[in-house]
Design a protein around this ligand. Structure first.
Ligand code: ZN
Length: 439
């Protein structure tokens, strides 16, 4: 199908679903009226003061469940968290080679496809909304799970499975899971970035995160000032990272005046010329271009990259585009990896952690959805590739690993102890952070 027909079909389908239905299924809020002018975001035009007018701390509490901790304690935790850890061994473990970490997330992509590739019963019109079954099968169907996953994610199964580690293949008794009970995006990102679930975060509303992320915390560590950033497709990320408090540069900032990261003129032009499909999300390809522009010039040491299309196409019931978006993510990761290996600051000194914020259901329709009531949506996967991660490949018969371990793992790879400031955070994934002999 020609791309133009494809897009118009997509539009019709998405319009039919309706914002409210999507919100219910994804756990995302209906687009706030203040943000909408006729249904879709006009990229590049002023949208809202997302990163500028933050509610006060009191207003934050009013929007969330009664806090587990009082506001006073919350402030103490925040202040303690941001302060350098006095007396803690700095960290720097001279035997670790990692000096940079990229945390790369593709939203709502299932462990089932990561480890077994395309699912045959979904590669049709009825269950998977597939437009061209024959073409899709040619592209992604193979007789064995090993061949299917290789067809879908060749870089993962060529490079990461050979030189890194992959957790989450439940068929082989390797379980990776979220420990929050919500199983949708903001609670998941909060857990992965702060090291523990927070029951106050119970929606995807644009509420500044009351918790300190490992990114915000690392900004205060030696050598990290202005070397921490986020590039992400979804318009809630400025809130998840609490840009108003953390001052973390993020793109896009979803407003006329970007906070910290200014895209190239070419990219800005491309965004203006692209017909938006979702009101709250930009295409992954645009984000990828921003990353390829940003990394060589600003050389961040800790970078978050958040792709979003995998979740959106699943909610739209389009298994073909869900797979296609995932295929792109593998290519994105590969080109980021190759880019880092071509720059001296990064070469041999960079670790990628690649994961997802939640799983999805299973069965003929369950794959489209996730959330508190969706069985199996707690299952995720976590991949680690870098100089301090032993090449154990696809893990099997491991102790379960949790999304709450990602923050401390990220910090540990940089020789930092996140749990010295946040003792409730999950432990680093032990097997993923071990100094390696020179190779
Ligand atoms: Zn979703």
């Amino acid at each position: 199908m020609a791309p133009s027909n494809l897009l118009s079909g997509v539009f019709r389908r998405i319009a039919a679903l309706g914002a409210a239905a999507r919100a219910m299924r994804s756990g995302r809020p209906s687009a706030s009226k203040a943000y909408l002018t006729g249904g879709v975001l006009r990229l590049g035009e002023p949208r809202s003061a997302d990163c500028v007018h933050y509610p006060t701390a009191g207003a934050v509490s009013a929007n969330v469940r009664p806090a587990r901790r009082s506001l006073g304690w919350q402030c103490v935790w925040v202040i303690l968290g941001i302060m350098p850890v006095l007396g803690s061994a700095r960290a720097s473990n001279p035997t670790l080679k990692t000096k940079n970490v990229f945390l790369i997330v593709t939203d709502g992509f299932r462990w089932q496809e990561v480890f077994s590739g395309a699912e045959e019963t979904l590669m049709d019109k009825t269950n998977g909304g597939v437009k061209n079954v024959q073409a899709l099968r040619k592209r992604f169907w193979r007789e064995t799970p090993e061949a299917r996953r290789q067809a879908l994610w060749p870089f993962f199964w060529g490079e990461i499975a050979q030189r890194g580690q992959l957790y989450g293949n439940q068929i082989k008794s390797s379980v990776a899971r979220v420990t929050n009970d919500k199983r949708f995006s903001y609670p998941g990102y909060n857990e992965m970035l702060t090291g523990l679930p927070d029951p106050r975060i119970e929606s995807n509303k644009k509420v500044p995160n009351p918790n300190v992320t490992v990114f915000e915390w690392l900004q205060g560590r030696p050598g990290m000032s202005k070397r921490v950033a986020a590039l992400a497709t979804w318009d809630v990320f400025p809130f998840i990272f609490n840009c108003g408090r953390s001052g973390m540069p993020i793109w896009p900032s979803w407003e006329a005046k970007p906070l910290g990261i200014v895209p190239s003129q070419t990219l800005s032009q491309l965004m203006r010329n692209t017909t938006p499909v979702w009101e709250d999300l930009i295409f992954d390809a645009l984000l990828q271009q921003a990353a390829l522009d940003y990394i060589p010039t600003k050389k961040p040491r800790v970078l978050f990259l958040g792709y979003g299309e995998t979740d959106e196409w699943a909610h739209a019931g389009r298994y073909d585009l869900y797979l296609e978006a995932a295929r792109h993510v593998d290519r994105f990761v590969q080109s980021l990896w190759e880019l880092t290996q071509s720059i001296s600051q990064y070469r041999g000194k960079t670790t990628f952690i690649i994961t997802t914020d939640h799983g999805r259901g299973h069965g003929l329709s369950g794959w489209e959805d996730h959330g508190e009531k969706v069985e199996g949506a707690e299952g995720i996967w976590i991949a680690v590739l870098g100089p301090d991660t032993p090449a154990l490949g696809e893990r099997n018969h491991t102790e379960p690993v949790g999304q709450n371990q990602i923050a401390a793992t990220l910090a540990a790879l940089l020789g930092e102890d996140f749990r010295a400031s946040f003792p409730e955070a999950g432990l680093p994934i032990a097997d993923a952070v071990k100094p390696q002999p020179a190779r």
